[in-house]
Every structure is written in structure tokens, then in C-alpha cells.
Design a protein around this ligand. Structure first.
Ligand code: GTP
Ligand code: K
Ligand code: MG
Length: 415
């Protein structure tokens, strides 16, 4: 159990007696009231973190209990009795933010780290928690602050002979800032993709072997396979890991004209997934080759145990496989891993990981573009100030009250 805030020293003394040395584990008998040895609650390891060297930046302590539900209830009651109250989700991290221990992107990194399921997610969250994004955003804000100061000088002293190169240099810096922010925004959603995972949809005519492929990739019988065309109706989603990235595979209803309203709905859902996935695996049986291939899809020809696959369709390479014999499956798996790697690979710069970052960066970009467009110094100054505000929202330095609930609401209690 973790407790933080004013009064921690008194509460801990009441339960465990004299405060242990800071940041050193001590074995203590816990009481409802240690001063009178009333109600022995548990024997626990106790850790005392006086401010400011704690997670929240406040006085705080931790009790390592014997974790049975009755123990937890008894200790929680005693803590509340002594003046504590239950924490809200993410409240510890929110207090860390309020006390300047971390900024907003680092808080989001903590949330992502707790939620991470794959290596790529863990690494990305850890880099963000380590201040990767903060450093980038702060660097922009610092440079913009200098530009703004120069702009103010041009406004305040219009008659002084400020050298012409001040204005030229200022415009050049705004241009390079806007170019860097543009590059950050147009990174193909790499960071967001790692964070939420990729979606790969398997589509094709009935009986192509789509569900058979899903089962092989998932290593279990997740979807029904049968020789009856139109077996799969609902889209079936299975999460797997490819190249350290989380990939949700979507098996869909076979695409065909149908008068069956339920199957038609399945086909409609399949088309939805074609639109909304990061990669489409276009699958067809070797005895029913398509005339055209979807752009950017991975073309897979199944059942090469019956008829061999063509090498190309319309100049696009085709991967021949047989889910019956296992032929070509290793190559297909490697191709899917490569696709996942490409979709999540970057240039080493910290990626933007949330729609919130994208919105603020886009707003800053729009203001910088406007600043370059307008001629009046006062208007340019105003656009630069607005851009500054947008960058401040990224790290949580300005006007963030409205977004704090969203950011911290996603944590679980006790974090
Ligand atoms: N000969 C042969 N048969 C296969 C192969 N792969 C799958 N099948 C068979 O083809 C039939 C259809 O397989 P499914 O996986 O259900 O095909 P689907 O594309 O999901 O079909 P729908 O859900 O109806 O659209 C089943 O009887 C499978 O056993 C293969 O490589 N070779
Ligand atoms: K089938
Ligand atoms: Mg199927």
C-alpha cells in the first residue's frame, strides 16, 4: 500500500511507531494505534520517503503487507481512521506532475509502460518516460522563445535601426522549426502504431483459406475452417506479436455477391477492415486467381498443393503457400514480420505517440505557417505566441487543466 501527501509522517507513526530511516526497508509491527499497541494488524516491511525524494515529490510511505483481503481491509481502515483517503486512478502520477517531478509526456510514458504488452511498446514507453519527447518539445519551445523575443524587439523598437539580418534570421528559424515539426508529424504514425498495435486484415474470396491462415498464425483453432463457402461471417480478431510489434490479425468473411443478408453484412465488415487496417493480406486459392491486386497489399496464393502459384500478377510478386502441406509458410511469416518492421521503424528520433501530441503539434505548425505569411510584426508576434502555447500544452506547461483528467484517468488506482 502506498500513501502520499501531508500528514504522512503522523499516519505512519500512528501505525508503525517511530519513523524508519528514509528510503530503508524496516520490518515493523503494524497497529491501529501503535502508541497504545491497540489492534495488531500485520507485520510488514515499511518504507518512508520524505519529500521531495519520493515518486510524488511529497512525503510518502509504502507498506509491504501479507496481502490477504482481510489484511488489506484492516490496514486500509486504520489508514482512513488516521486521516488518509483512497487514491483516485493515476493520482500518484498526477501529483508527481503537479510537483514538477515529471511532465505530461513522461506521465503518458508511465501509463504506456504499465499497459505495454510487447517489446516495441515497452521500449517506446521507456524512452518517452525517460524524457525523449520532452527534450524534443522543450527544444522547440526554447528556440521559439528566442524567436519571439526577437520579434518583440522588432515590435517595440520599430524606429531603431535593428539590423536587417535580425528579421531574416528570425524568418529562417521559423522556417526550420516548421520543417522539423512537419517531419515529426508526418512520420507515418509510427509511434501511434507501436502504442496501439498494427492491424493486418486477411481478405479474399470464400474458401481461399483465410481462416486456415489465421489459425496457423495464431497457433490455435481460433476460427472455424470448413469446405463450405461463406463459413466466416463475423470478423475474428486475434492479437499476435510480429517483429516485437503487437499485430491484430483480422479474419474476414469471403468476398462475394450474396443474397444472404447475414453473409452480406459480413462482407460489408470485411470491406471496413480493408479500409482501416495497416496492411491487407489479399488471399486467393490457386484455382481462382484475381484479375487485379489491391495496392500495397501482400498477395498470397494458397493451395499450391493443387495447382502451382504464378510468380506475378500484374507485375506484383505473389507468395505461393499451402496451408495443407506447410509449403511457403516460413517465407510468408518472414514477409509479414518485414511489413510489421517497416510500419514501426523510424529514423531514431522519438516518435509522436498520441493523437493529443499530433493535435498540438499541428496547431503549432498552423501558427508558424501563419507567422511566415503575415507581414505585420504585431500579427506575427501573436501567431508565435499561439504556437508557443500549443508547444506548452504538449509538455503540460500551459492551459492543461482540461486535459489532465483524460491523461490521468487512464491509470489504475495506486499508480
Ligand atoms: N488443398 C488445400 N485445401 C486447403 C488449404 N488451405 C485450406 N484448405 C481447405 O479449404 C477449405 C476452406 O478453408 P477456410 O480456411 O475455411 O477458408 P476461408 O477463406 O476462411 O473461407 P470462408 O470463411 O468461407 O470465406 C477448408 O476445407 C480447408 O481445409 C490448402 O493449402 N490446400
Ligand atoms: K470456408
Ligand atoms: Mg473463413
Amino acid at each position: 500500500m502506498r500513501v502520499s501527501g501531508n500528514g504522512c509522517a503522523d499516519i505512519l507513526t500512528r501505525l508503525a511507531g517511530k519513523l524508519p530511516p528514509p528510503r530503508r526497508a524496516a520490518l515493523r509491527r503494524l497497529w491501529r494505534d501503535a502508541s497504545t499497541s491497540t489492534d495488531h494488524l500485520d507485520d510488514a516491511l515499511v518504507l518512508w520517503f520524505p519529500a521531495p525524494r519520493s515518486y510524488t515529490g511529497e512525503d510518502s510511505f509504502e507498506l509491504h503487507l501479507h496481502a490477504g483481503p482481510a489484511v488489506i481491509t484492516a490496514v486500509a481502515d486504520a489508514l482512513i481512521d488516521a486521516g488518509a483517503r483512497p487514491a483516485e486512478p493515476g493520482e500518484f502520477t498526477r501529483r508527481a506532475f503537479m510537483h514538477g517531478r515529471i511532465d505530461l509526456t513522461e506521465a503518458e510514458g508511465i501509463a504506456d509502460l504499465i499497459a505495454s504488452e510487447t517489446e516495441a511498446q515497452r521500449r517506446q514507453a521507456l524512452a518517452q518516460l525517460d524524457g525523449g519527447l520532452s527534450t524534443l518539445y522543450r527544444g522547440w519551445a526554447d528556440r521559439l522563445r528566442i524567436v519571439l523575443a526577437q520579434q518583440e524587439a522588432l515590435i517595440d523598437f520599430p524606429d531603431e535601426d535593428l539590423p536587417l539580418h535580425v528579421e531574416a534570421g528570425l524568418l529562417a528559424e521559423i522556417t526550420s522549426l516548421r520543417n522539423e515539426i512537419t517531419a515529426h508529424i508526418t512520420d507515418g504514425n509510427r509511434g501511434e502504431r507501436i502504442r496501439r498495435g498494427l492491424a493486418f486484415a486477411i481478405i479474399g474470396p470464400p474458401n481461399a483459406g483465410k481462416s486456415s491462415l489465421l489459425n496457423w498464425l495464431a497457433e490455435r483453432d481460433a476460427a472455424i475452417v470448413s469446405p463450405i463457402a461463406g463459413t466466416t461471417r463475423d470478423a475474428i480478431e486475434i492479437a499476435i506479436v510480429l517483429a516485437d510489434a503487437k499485430v491484430t490479425l483480422v479474419d474476414t468473411a469471403g468476398l462475394r455477391e450474396t443474397s444472404d443478408p447475414i453473409e452480406a453484412e459480413g462482407v460489408r465488415r470485411a470491406m471496413f477492415h480493408v479500409e482501416h487496417s495497416d496492411c491487407v493480406i489479399q488471399m486467393f486459392p490457386s484455382d481462382e486467381l484475381p484479375d487485379t491486386l489491391l495496392p500495397d497489399s501482400i498477395a498470397v496464393c494458397n493451395k499450391i498443393d493443387i495447382i502451382p502459384a504464378p510468380d506475378l500478377i500484374n507485375d506484383t510478386p505473389v507468395l505461393g503457400i499451402s496451408l495443407r502441406t506447410g509449403d511457403g509458410l516460413a517465407r510468408l511469416h518472414a514477409a509479414l514480420e518485414e511489413k510489421a518492421r517497416i510500419l514501426t521503424a523510424g529514423n531514431g528520433a522519438p516518435p509522436l505517440t498520441r493523437a493529443r501530441h499530433r493535435a498540438a503539434a499541428e496547431a503549432a505548425l498552423a501558427n508558424l505557417d501563419e507567422a511566415l505569411r503575415v507581414d505585420w510584426p504585431e500579427m506575427r508576434g501573436e501567431e508565435l505566441r499561439l504556437a508557443m502555447r500549443s508547444l506548452g500544452r504538449l509538455t503540460g506547461e500551459v492551459g492543461v487543466e482540461d486535459i489532465l483528467d483524460t491523461v490521468f484517468g487512464q491509470f489504475c488506482i495506486g499508480k
